[in-house]
Ligand binder design. Structure first.
Ligand code: FE
Ligand code: FE
Ligand code: ZN
Length: 307
């Protein structure tokens, strides 16, 4: 059995899908996740067919299965608050277009932060999410929307498995819905990741494991239940190396793609700007099941000398 592991990669204007695949290969990964533009805005370039075909060919050559690749919707898309009609409708229309972009790119999983209620309350928030999803998912498509489990920061909805179950329960077209677990978010919302089988049992009981489509693998900068949502490098946070390795190699989720969203590394200890991707070195640790206690320096050395 082959581990399905990858990371967040960039989808740039000039290289698009081809660039994503090249970046993935440079990390020794066999899957990837990308935003179709900047994560924090909704400006999107049109998808270039040639770059898509070149990307798909490179995936094929390297045995990257498009079924394991995921797109992440920008995080300013918010279905949980419908007080501002214009914003709510914009979110719905953007998601419809994002689904079309996924179709063009041949990718069938779109990850979505369900949304923040921004004061209208969790129950109303969940109702708004359900209504929005039912509008977005009202026609047939190969693309599933995968609801991400959130940390509970601010007024975020969907930070418990019960809330995710409630949303799915309200969605009419259940063939087009899935779930993306995020280890940092689960930990931050109070789930004990040192007993992942128990979390999976709970997931199976409330939602059903068949809905699980992706797992974001991140360590956390904060203690269990902190609701902060600050990702830490693999093995360097409060979840820890052993627990994350046990999650990744858990037999019950061996077919689920695992995606790192751990933070970039700064040039040196004095600089705040994070410029070096950690993924090649984190994936090495994961494959070797061996903690690298010199991770940050190894990353700096590697990218300083390769440039
Ligand atoms: Fe996310
Ligand atoms: Fe995530
Ligand atoms: Zn997060």
């Amino acid at each position: 059995m082959d581990l399905i592991i990858g990371s967040h990669v960039s989808f740039t204007k000039d290289k698009q899908l081809l660039g994503c695949v090249e970046e993935t290969l440079s990390y020794g990964a066999n899957t990837f996740m990308f935003y179709t533009g900047a994560p924090q805005n909704t400006n999107r370039a049109s998808i270039d067919v040639n770059k898509t075909i070149l990307g798909m060919n490179l995936m094929k050559e390297n045995n990257i299965d498009y079924n394991n690749v995921v797109v992440h919707a920008p995080y300013i898309i918010n279905l949980a608050n419908a007080n501002d009609d214009e914003k709510y409708n914009f979110a719905i229309n953007f998601l419809k277009q994002e689904i079309e972009r996924c179709e063009t790119l041949g990718i069938n999983k779109l990850i979505l932060h369900p949304g923040s209620h921004v004061g209208c309350g969790i129950d109303m928030g969940i109702e708004n999410i359900i209504n929005g999803l039912n509008i977005v998912l009202n026609k047939p498509s190969i693309v599933k929307i995968c609801l991400e489990t959130m940390s509970g920061k601010g007024t975020e909805c969907a930070y418990t498995l019960e809330q995710i179950a409630e949303i799915i329960d309200g969605v009419n077209n259940k063939n087009r819905i899935g779930v993306c677990m995020d280890t940092c978010h689960l930990h931050d919302s109070g789930y004990d990741m040192s007993n992942f089988d128990k979390v999976l049992d709970k997931f199976d009981e409330l939602i059903g494991l068949k809905y699980l489509e992706c797992i974001h693998i991140n360590d956390s900068k904060n203690n269990i239940g902190a609701k902060k949502d600050r990702h830490e490098n693999f093995g360097y946070g409060y979840i820890g190396f052993e627990n994350l390795i046990n999650i990744i190699y858990n037999e019950r989720i061996k077919n689920i793609p695992k995606i790192l969203e751990t933070p970039y590394v700064s040039l040196d200890d004095n600089s705040k700007e994070r410029i070096y991707p950690p993924y090649k070195f984190e994936i090495d640790m994961i494959k070797n099941k061996e903690f690298n206690n010199n991770l940050i320096n190894d990353i700096r050395e590697y990218y300083k000398t390769s440039k």
